[in-house]
Ligand binder design. Structure first.
Ligand SMILES: Cc1cc2nc3c(=O)[nH]c(=O)nc-3n(C[C@H](O)[C@H](O)[C@H](O)COP(=O)(O)OP(=O)(O)OC[C@H]3O[C@@H](n4cnc5c(N)ncnc54)[C@H](O)[C@@H]3O)c2cc1C
Length: 345
């Protein structure tokens, strides 16, 4: 019998596993192996850098990739506008970042990678978790289960009604054929009511976007055509990846959990609805939950809900900010005003 089972070892699960007190018997299960990564832009925001600083964690330089880009080229196809804005992201290798966070987990935690959680049942306050590990099915019991399993969370889907808007993210990695690397944000209502991007990363050029589920592939093809029409010539296609992304429409989308089944990170709905940045919320929610559980694993629900009110408030602010990014007229006004733009050329 385990005290705690963590499902998912992304930034949320790995942070929680690192911070939990040694008095607990913990198992952490993740579908990914060392060589697989999450479909992600891999940009570490200033908020995420701040959380790492709070943890006193320094990033080894191997996790960073070439080049570090200091501006975002904002391309508005709806209004035929283009502006540059300063950004303070770190451009990194997401697979290496996740592996690094996992490497910091202490030895007392039992880590099962390449292991997929299939089913979670609850009986008399005990959770029975069935997962497939190294080809064999295994069942374990635990008093607390924590869903750190991202946008399509099994824990959330099992115990809580989902009130998220599920979008599909698609990214393609090309051998870099362009001379001058850049990071861009692309807005085009004909493609998506969210946004698309391009990122230069080491010797690759990534084209990606978040699309409504319906016709997502067709939308991605249109995006690629438009990027190529901008004069960007890319090299050979290296890989294509995709995943769900939760776009919360309000703080009601955030679900922290109750009765022994708690959620952290994107599984809890903690992701910016405007920029789609989520690593900072994942590490912060994990830190909050670890502190509560380490103190006392009773009455977690109430304390965790209250202590995450700062996160919900910040998400609310992002929701209020959203029309200024996504409404065609408001975005035109902001971009034309020149506020915070950089005279790049
Ligand atoms: C295309 C894209 C680009 C993004 N770019 C950025 C960015 O540049 N910067 C940023 O800050 N945020 C970005 N985000 C958001 C960010 O990726 C997420 O918010 C963040 O990864 C959430 O961390 P997490 O630990 O909560 O979940 P995840 O990172 O999704 O980790 C969940 C883990 O759970 C595991 N898992 C899932 N289901 C199971 C199961 N059934 N059994 C076992 N394990 C399971 C997965 O293998 C995974 O390791 C992006 C998202 C997308 C989709």
């Amino acid at each position: 019998m385990y005290d705690i089972a963590i499902i998912g070892l992304g930034p949320a699960g790995a942070t929680l596993a690192r911070l939990l007190d040694k008095k607990y018997k913990v198992i952490a299960i993740d579908r990914k192996g060392e060589k697989n990564g999450k479909c992600c832009g891999g940009l570490l925001s200033p908020d995420a850098q701040r959380i790492l600083a709070q943890f006193d964690i320094c990033l080894p330089k191997e996790i960073l990739v070439d080049p570090q880009i200091f501006s975002v080229r904002t391309i508005d196809f709806d209004n035929h506008l283009e502006k540059f804005y300063q950004r303070f992201y770190l451009n990194m290798d997401r697979i290496k970042f996740d592996n690094f966070l996992i490497s910091l987990i202490p030895d007392n935690i039992e880590i099962c990678r390449d292991s997929i959680c299939k089913k979670i049942e609850k009986e008399n306050d005990i959770f029975r978790i069935t997962f497939k590990s190294k080809g064999a099915e295994r069942t374990e019991e635990t008093r607390i289960v924590i869903g750190a399993d991202g946008a399509n969370s099994t824990v959330r889907n099992t115990f809580y009604k989902s009130r998220m808007d599920k979008y599909i993210s698609i990214q393609e990695w090309y051998k870099d054929g362009i001379n001058s690397p850049f990071y861009s944000c692309i807005f085009d209502r004909n493609i998506t009511d969210s946004y698309c991007w391009t990122i230069s990363k080491d010797n690759y050029f990534i084209i990606g976007g978040a699309f409504p589920v319906k016709n997502s592939n067709m939308r991605f093809e249109i995006l690629k055509e438009k990027v190529k029409n901008m004069g960007v010539s890319v090299g050979e296609l290296v890989k294509r990846e995709g995943c769900f992304i939760n776009l919360n429409r309000g703080t009601v989308s955030v679900c922290t959990g109750k009765n022994g089944a708690y959620l952290i990170g994107e599984a809890a709905g903690m992701i910016s609805p405007s920029s789609l940045e989520g690593i900072s919320y994942s590490m912060e929610s994990a830190k909050i939950l670890a502190e509560i559980i380490n103190h006392d694993c009773n009455n977690v629900k109430h304390k965790y809900f209250i202590k995450t009110s700062g996160i919900r408030l910040r998400l609310l602010f992002k929701i209020i900010k959203k029309p200024f990014m996504y409404n065609k007229i408001l975005r035109k006004l902001i971009m034309k005003s020149g506020i915070k733009t950089i005279n790049n050329r």
